[in-house]
Unconditional design. Structure first.
Length: 62
């Protein structure tokens, strides 16, 4: 379970970094949106694997 939580934190940081980049570089949004959506899919998969996560954990990690 700890490995899933570590992966979740890793992907969550990458997701937030990517979203912030896109917000600052809207002209490149089309280029990076597939990567952001892939990270979101991975996060959702990990949420299912970990189970029973609070809203704070989902948004802020562990």
């Amino acid at each position: 379970m700890d490995k899933y939580k570590e992966l979740y934190n890793h992907y969550l940081r990458r997701y937030y970094t990517g979203v912030n980049y896109i917000e600052q570089h809207l002209d490149e949004a089309d280029k990076y949106m597939p990567a952001i959506l892939d990270l979101l899919d991975r996060l959702n998969w990990l949420i299912q694997k970990i189970g029973n996560m609070t809203d704070e954990e989902i948004l802020g990690g562990f």
